[in-house]
Design a protein around this ligand. Structure first.
Ligand code: ZN
Length: 56
């Protein structure tokens, strides 16, 4: 029989920048509803203006 147990029951949500699901963190306990990015890097990536690509 295969193991079907999860390591944890922490909630997850997709990152608004990279789209990858990230798990609840203790640091986000009070702001989990407000968290949209998996990391500061993604938040900055999303916040900064992306310059137009000169070439594909
Ligand atoms: Zn991300």
């Amino acid at each position: 029989m295969a193991k079907m147990r999860k390591k944890s029951d922490l909630p997850t949500k997709p990152c608004a920048a990279c789209g990858r699901p990230f798990a609840w963190r203790k640091a986000w306990a009070k702001v989990w509803d407000d968290v949209r990015y998996c990391s500061d890097r993604c938040r900055k990536e999303k916040g900064k203006v992306t310059p137009p690509h000169p070439k594909g």
